[in-house]
Design a protein around this ligand. Structure first.
Ligand code: TRP
Length: 452
């Protein structure tokens, strides 16, 4: 994506940034995290953080992007005149690099499942939806590295050819379709035996289930799904049309992310009882449960296949933007370097992603800090680099930037939106107060708690 390619309309901007933000975070990570950290209690924390912390921060990133209009590794110096502050941009680049490393593991699983289902449809593969052996798949080092290699390769080709625009157009159809499919799965799930227990599990917060860890991971989840602190959203806003409406765009992205997360939860948890699973399955949760739900439908294999393609699409629109962030920061406007930079970045990502994949097989016993190598990569990104990046930006915005210029970029949306937190974001003053005084304290507090 070059700086010249601005979107003509606000809708184009929302589609592109939503495509980037909505991905594995909402569909895959939310249910598995919720399953580990108390179901409804986790959802409640996630909602609170997303609305009261995530949304103002997302608006902040859009405001900064719209003001600075340049690459994220130079936007901070452009806005403040202080060169060293570009480190916040580089922190984002490091974050998306590691993020892509473990994102590709899950992308690879999707590819392997697609392969498996194609073989099933051709009757070459003896397994059916009811007995895809997840554990056997992820413990096969060669297969999983191949799957993730294909995922990285697909991402690389799209970035090399610079055809993201085409994909963004396609997302106009693919995203709503994915949404419809999710609703179909939810409806099916809700008809299974004991579904109501699952519904209660994910929708009813039991306050005794709230733990310190749950709080930290719920905040990390909000950062992850909204792509905060990685400068991804700053980048999108930096080439958005002048008249883009920051707050309504941010609200749309927040609402879509919450909806997809809740739907993913409602697709999975009501089905657990019927199939004898516990919520605490971990990263494999979605991959273990959904094929079983589809197996209960007529033409289940075909529907599951289409679902996987849509799911892959959602993951790719995010991974492309992960890779693109590094590529565009290293090539600037020089498109002749695009192919070589994309190739080198992809090879480096592949190298760091292999230990992440092997966390589920040969390296599964290697545990430290937050758990396996995969868990640690996720933790470093979601709980350290993303909050640090967001903290840096709140400090720049609250302490260094000119208030009037900020206000100008913040703009005045004419939308009508009635929500309890409405006044926090419609008006500049309360939002500015939050960013200047509240957010830095919240993020620093979370860091201190995390240390102990
Ligand atoms: N929000 C993305 C998801 O939910 C993950 C993500 C985090 C991301 N930071 C990003 C994607 C930056 C693209 C760019 O899957």
């Amino acid at each position: 994506m070059s700086k010249e390619s601005q979107w003509k309309t606000s809708t184009g901007f929302i589609l592109a940034s939503a495509g980037s933000a909505i991905g594995l975070g909402a569909m895959w990570k939310f249910p598995y995290m919720a399953g580990i950290y108390g179901g409804g209690a986790f959802l409640l924390l996630f909602l609170i953080f997303t609305i009261f912390v995530g949304l103002p921060l997302l608006i902040m990133e859009f405001t900064v992007g719209k003001m600075g209009r340049t690459y994220t590794t130079q936007i901070y110096s452009k806005l403040t005149g202080k060169k060293w502050l570009n480190i916040i941009g580089w922190n984002g680049n490091l974050a998306v690099f590691i993020l892509f490393g473990f994102y590709s593991v899950i992308g690879g699983w999707i590819i392997i499942y697609i392969g498996n289902v194609i073989l099933q449809m051709l009757s070459i593969e003896k397994t059916t939806l009811t007995n895809i052996n997840f554990e056997a798949i992820i413990s096969n080092p060669w297969l999983t590295v191949l799957g993730q290699g294909i995922f990285i390769f697909l991402t690389m080709i799209i970035v090399m050819l610079g055809v993201e625009k085409g994909l963004e157009k396609a997302s106009k159809v693919m995203m709503p379709l994915l949404f419809i499919f999710l609703i179909i799965v939810v409806v099916k799930s809700l008809t299974l035996d004991g579904a109501i227990d699952g519904v209660r599990y994910i929708l009813q917060p039991r306050l005794e289930d709230i733990s310190m860890e749950g709080i930290l991971f719920a905040l990390g989840q909000s950062f992850f799904t909204l792509s905060l602190g990685t400068t991804g959203m700053i980048t999108y806003a930096s080439y958005a049309p002048k008249e883009m409406t920051i707050k309504s765009s941010a609200i749309s992205i927040v609402i879509m992310n919450i909806l997809v997360s809740v739907l993913a939860g409602l697709a999975i948890f009501p089905a657990l009882k019927t199939f004898g699973y516990e919520p605490q399955e971990g990263p494999g949760l979605l991959f273990k449960v959904l094929p079983l739900v589809f197996s209960q439908m007529g033409f289940g294999v075909m529907f599951y296949f289409i679902f996987l393609i849509l799911f892959l699409f959602a993951a790719l629109t995010s991974s492309i933007s992960l890779l693109e962030l590094n590529v565009s920061n290293f090539t600037k406007n020089d498109n002749s370097k695009r192919k070589s930079v994309a190739l080198i970045a992809s090879i480096l990502v592949l190298i760091i992603s292999i230990p992440a994949t092997l966390s589920f097989s040969s390296l599964s016993t290697v545990k430290f800090g937050a758990g396996t190598i995969f868990d640690n990569m996720d933790f470093i990104v979601s709980n350290i680099l993303m909050p640090l990046g967001a903290l840096g930006t709140t400090l720049v915005v609250g302490q260094l930037l000119d208030k009037e210029a900020l206000k100008e970029s913040f703009g005045r949306d004419k939308f009508k939106f009635f929500a309890p937190w409405y006044f926090l974001i419609k008006f500049f003053a309360p939002w500015y107060f939050l960013i200047k005084f509240v957010m830095p304290v919240v993020i620093i507090l979370v860091f201190i708690v995390q240390l102990f």
